[in-house]
Write a protein that binds this ligand. Sequence first.
Ligand code: SPV
Ligand code: MN
Length: 631
Amino acid sequence: MSKYDEVLQGLMDDKSFSKLAALKNEKVMEFLGTFAEHCEPASIYVCDDSKEDNLYVRKQALEKGEEFPMANSEQTIHWDGYGDQARDKKNTKFMVYKENLDRMKSLNSVEYEEGLAEIMTISKGIMKGKDVVVLFFSEGPTESPFTIPCVQFTDSWYVAHSEMILYRTAYSHFLKMKDGDKGNFFRFVHSAGELDERNCTKNLDKRRIYMDTQNNIVYSMNDQYAGNSVGLKKHSMRLAINKSGKEGWLCEHMFVMAAIDNEKKRKTYFCGAYPSACGKTSTAMIPGEQIVGDDIAYFRNINGEFRAVNVEFGMFGIIKDVNAKDDPLIFENLMKNQEVIFSNVLQGPDKKPYWLGMGVEAPAEGKNHFGNWKKGIKDDKGNEVDVAHGNARYTMRLDYLANIDKGGFEGKEGVKVEGILYGGRDSDTTVPVEESPSWKDGILLKAATLESETTSATLGAEGVRNPSPMANLDFVSYPLGEYTMNNIKFGEGVKNTPKVFSNNYFMRNKDGNFMTSKLAKKVWLHWAEGRIHGEYESYDTPTGKIPLYKDLKELFKKHLNEDFSEEDYTYLFTFRCTKWIEKLERTKAFYAKMDANTPKEIFEYWDTAIDKIRTAKEKYGDEIKPGTFKG
Ligand code: SPV
Ligand code: MN
């Protein structure tokens, strides 16, 4: 008998309790028992992997008014509170033991005891009157070398429903866990807290997301937006990054996809990291290629091979600008009568969803993240409320997509990765595609230097460059310099190290207009694919290798039936010395600020790179046309 049996048994029916008891896992009992006592829910329901439980969770989300029916019977809609529409970076903190505080000081952290006292005060009795659900999931495929078992304890049936779509249930995995291993799981406790009349979190001032990477537990209180509430997504990612750092593997903010060359019968796996709104999902969804995952990848060295899995089962995608023309595959799936949770979009009087950039005229009234909405309505700050929020989302299984790579998606050993892409948003420096001479150069020149420029869609000045190393900065849960070194070591430790490429889809011409169409990314991808297979000559630049005009001309014709002019090529692929030196100086300053212990060899590497560019500038001038630089 566990000391928590009594409290747990008192809160659940026999069926739920027998599911728990069958696990014979003291650590699970301790986790659930502790929070059952502390948060004081009215009842607890335990889910296994059955279809019945899956349907029950969805039904409860509807019955409890966290989700609402849509015209399509399989679809539902959920709204987060007006002030809970994105990740709360300020109140997302690491709880760090005193002795580690110095090491972790550049992260948003709080001293362990202080953080624990705060979160325990906020969560005391927070689930009073609520029905809680317990779910068992796996990050990555179950029973595989990648698997991380997870337990979610939440009073939000929307969170539970989202997780049922986004992750693989793993009750049976827990049943099979070996004695010595039974405490090895991630723990997530979440409460939406008190709800208002729309069933949205009321006490947003008490929203806290506190992570304890030392004990693999995350506390998330007073929130509903999935990036804040869903334990398996970004909370788990931070725990996994910390764990991987200790164990010698990697957890990256990356898609996994296969580039397909039908003529040559080749399937080449790529992973790619792009900061928000820099083309990550659209690259993973390039027509004619195949998707494995769109957000989070684990990398492991398996028998010397660089292997990756998508840790998720579904996608929590930005819905803005998903329309029949730009994103036909996703759009078509969102229109079908199959399971989707829409969040923070408009529900029209016809019970259909409407969002920004949908390419369909929205009705003048309905319900959205603001509540009852009418065209022209203003919030209490006097700002006009749009039809839907810019960060509105859809939650959907990935295997609805016709372009899914089934084998890669389901395989327990992951896929063998041959190329890694790092793409930023950069109007004037980085060329559309450049190959890195080596893995280490790739990490230090392509990954660590990633930046994203602000656009007119974000608040504040346009064109400000925000550093975004590996597009993973929000989630890196130990010092950045160490994480960067671990990236270098991991890639150098496998037999066939993938080639690393940079991407930039956002180069502008002298008039400020984008130089290439949205579809051009297919050409850059296929040049990279060819290079991996020993095709195409390249020109050297001070930072890597770029395509020849004749090859791109052919690729544009073949894939897009477009004429690509030599003039555009020359403009796009000119190496801009001063701009690059400035970029590297910004990166150096950022690393120095973020992690004073960043190894000296990293700064020395960048200094050498800067010297090389200076020398090139003296010899060739500030703007070096493709083909002129001789390394
Ligand atoms: C992201 O912001 O990177 C997302 C959505 O994938 S969230 O779940 O909010 O993290
Ligand atoms: Mn993400």
